[in-house]
Ligand binder design. Structure first.
Ligand SMILES: *Cc1c(COP(=O)(O)O)cnc(C)c1O
Length: 375
């Protein structure tokens, strides 16, 4: 009997996103095999961490890298590194920052703060968060002798009413500030793994390992400046400091670095074409099966290089009800629902092939068509 059958939990088809609440993404058999092998032997974890991080840095064309439990853990560790640098005594005291000269981290104020509350996690380090009016001038003016650094959140949806990272990172660097970019979900293209740091000049950049890289769900990557990366590592497990809870085991390290290798070796063009082909098939099945409008979008919702299929349901139907219906089917399917605050029509859903297998397409189409046919 399969594990999920035994425990009584029904697996679902993911036609929505690399959502953590669905399990992020699926592991390649080679990544799973690496995890199994890693789990069979004891090792010196410092040596394993050295080897994995050195590869991650080289492969992502960065000076240094650190593998942690997720982008969220990466945000806290990056903040700790901005606050303390590689200073053991200062790191020991976090989240108490009372002895630090620079204890403030600046973030932009704006609508994105409702949409992605991850910025709150920066405060777990002990940093005092200061929200600054969403203009570059205001941010440059807000930098003062208590500023440890600035955190920016990348993604077209978040940057809508904020200065774009392209402009903000170089300007903040010229003003002498240290900058961390949260680019957790900004993949593909893989070149974003070095773009924010190597091209735009950010000191650190944070990615999810369990989303588009398809590593184990509890993994994440911090890349950038070697001294700050050293501080991140000092703040983290196995040290009993602020980052101790963000533990990665030998299995996660093995799974992550194998997944990263596979992600970087894959042709982005072929991966995109494969998704496009699946979405085109899905679109024609939907058009044949129900009175819906379908449109292929060339980029993901955060501006990533990932096609999406937008489906307009007949008037009176809602994306939320459609998804509730699909999730309750004998073979549950998760469809992309736009959160209300994003301002899309209520009767629109999005479908994403990043985590779909070609064989799952009929089930996705049938779920939507069966919902539309309800009276
Ligand atoms: C998903 C996400 C995170 C959290 O990433 P984990 O790897 O799940 O910890 C942080 N920031 C942004 C913008 C995200 O999209």
């Amino acid at each position: 009997m399969n594990f999920y059958e035994e425990i009584g939990v029904k697996p679902l088809i993911n036609a929505s996103e690399t959502y953590t609440k669905l399990g992020g993404s699926l592991l390649h058999p080679r990544a799973l095999e690496a995890m199994r092998q890693a789990g069979e032997r004891f090792v010196d974890m410092e040596q394993l961490m050295d080897a994995v991080c050195a590869r991650a840095a080289r492969w992502t064309r960065n000076a240094a890298a650190f593998v942690t439990s997720g982008a969220a853990g990466g945000l806290v560790l990056s903040a700790a590194a901005l606050l303390c640098g590689p200073d053991e005594a200062a790191l020991d005291r976090l989240p108490d920052t009372s002895a630090l000269e620079r204890d403030e981290i600046l973030i932009f104020d704006g609508a994105y703060r409702e949409r992605i509350p991850y910025w709150r996690l920066v405060g777990l380090s002990g940093a005092k968060l200061v929200a600054v009016a969403p203009s570059l001038g205001a941010m440059l003016g807000a930098i003062n002798e208590r500023t440890a650094g600035v955190f920016l959140f990348a993604g077209s949806l978040y940057e809508e009413d904020l200065p774009a990272c392209e402009r903000a990172v170089p300007a903040l660097k010229r003003a002498g500030a240290r900058v961390v970019v949260d680019a957790a979900a900004q993949l593909p293209p893989a070149s974003n793994l070095w773009r924010y740091t190597q091209e735009l000049g950010a000191d650190l950049c944070v990615f999810s390992g369990g989303k588009h890289i398809k590593g184990p769900q509890p993994t994440g990557l911090i890349v950038g400046d070697a001294r700050l990366i050293r501080a991140c590592r000092m703040a983290a497990c196995p040290n009993a400091r602020v980052g101790r809870p963000f533990k990665t085991g030998k299995e996660e390290l093995a799974g992550f670095i194998t997944a990263l290798e596979i992600f970087l070796a894959e042709s982005e063009h072929e991966r995109y074409a494969r998704q496009l082909e699946m979405l085109a098939r899905l679109g024609s099945m939907l058009r044949e099966g129900a009175p819906v409008g379908v449109e292929i979008k060339k980029t993901g919702r955060l501006g990533t290089e990932q096609p999406l299929l937008y489906v307009t349901l007949p008037a009176g139907k809602t994306g939320a009800a459609c998804n509730a219906f699909a999730r309750a089917l004998p073979q549950p399917v998760d469809l992309g629902v736009f959160p209300p605050e994003f301002g899309f029509p209520e009767n629109m859903i999005f479908l994403n092939a990043y985590n779909l297998e070609p064989g799952e397409i009929p089930a996705v189409a049938e779920a939507v068509c069966a919902y539309v046919a309800l009276r």
